[in-house]
Design a protein around this ligand. Sequence first.
Ligand code: ATP
Ligand code: MG
Length: 378
Amino acid sequence: MIEEKLSEILKIEEFRIRGFLKRRVISKAGKVGKAELYRLERDAGGYEQGTVIVIGEEPKLIRGYPKIKRVLVLTPTIEKHFHSIPKVGIEEKMNGYNVRICLIEDELVALTRGGLVCPYTTHKAEEVIDRAFFVDNPEMILCAEAVGPENPYVPKDVYDVRSLGFFVFDIMRDNRRVPIKEKLEICDSYGIKTTTFFGFFSKNEAPKEIMKIVKRLGERGREGVVVKDPEMRIEPLKYTSSESNCGDLKYAFRFYNDYGVHFFLSRVVREAFQSFEWGENEEERSKRIERVGKNILEPMIETIERVSRGEKIGERVTLRVRDLNVIHKFQRHLRRLGIDASFGEIKEENGEFVVEMTRYYTSTNDKTKSILEGGTWS
Ligand code: ATP
Ligand code: MG
């Protein structure tokens, strides 16, 4: 039954679907109304990880958001990658988490990258996204970055957002991304916020322009840019500021045993290529070297100090909701993701409920403890 429906929607033979289900490449992703949701846990059958299949009144396919490749040197990469078009669009790359907001069985839902409905994100999206958008465009999917301080996954204070805001960077229609101009016009007409658009630039001005923009963004603690084909036919590229790379390093080294080696290595590599391309003088280079080193060692030393004092390594975030039920649903959601978190006392504040969540990084905690008690690295 289910196999047949999945096969029809995904246009993949039934025997392969059975294999996917058995190996958990496709798995159940909960219910919305009467509809059953399934998701792809990794890239398969030509679909991206996080692709969601809705089996309900109206079968629906919501593709996963594709990975964006990274530029390490702007010249000649921009020219080479976008060789067939004259101009590129430059947008701010905001640092939060990726959500796809869409209508399923007449309910507005926010799907996270992995293809699960996040109850907290959905609740926050319902507050700020004008329903009229979906009344007029029920088939469209808003791809947005969820940013702000009251953010359970990537808390950041660098944006002008009080709790959790949504900034649309793409609209998907018929599983294609709409052209940049059209996206901006549509969002504007519904009062939906978008990531900052810096303009269209010819490919030979683009590298210089990107360097300027990224330097400015970096000074404000912001992440970087995404370079896009105005028509959204060629896949985009991303490029980030040194401050953002270092911010990532700082964060990941604080929880050093919970992150993969690739995460660290790729960020150090970016810094080296950026330093080279930007033709830094001795002083600028020294500053970068110091910045990178500091953001690697300092957080780790602090972690060791904390553990040695008997503290448990974790991160604290404030969550704010209008409906208490959302907190309970969100706790279940975190358990499902295998995230270890504890919640403080729930307080009422101007008709809203506020709660402090602490997320634990158990692996870093245990590893550090074991080393301090005489264990070896491996
Ligand atoms: P990966 O590095 O494996 O692609 P990731 O999600 O960590 O995964 P990021 O480095 O964060 O990748 O870059 C891609 C993400 O950037 C997108 O998934 C999206 O959530 C986010 N993003 C922020 N602003 C934009 C924008 N203007 N255009 C496109 N994506 C954006
Ligand atoms: Mg990101």
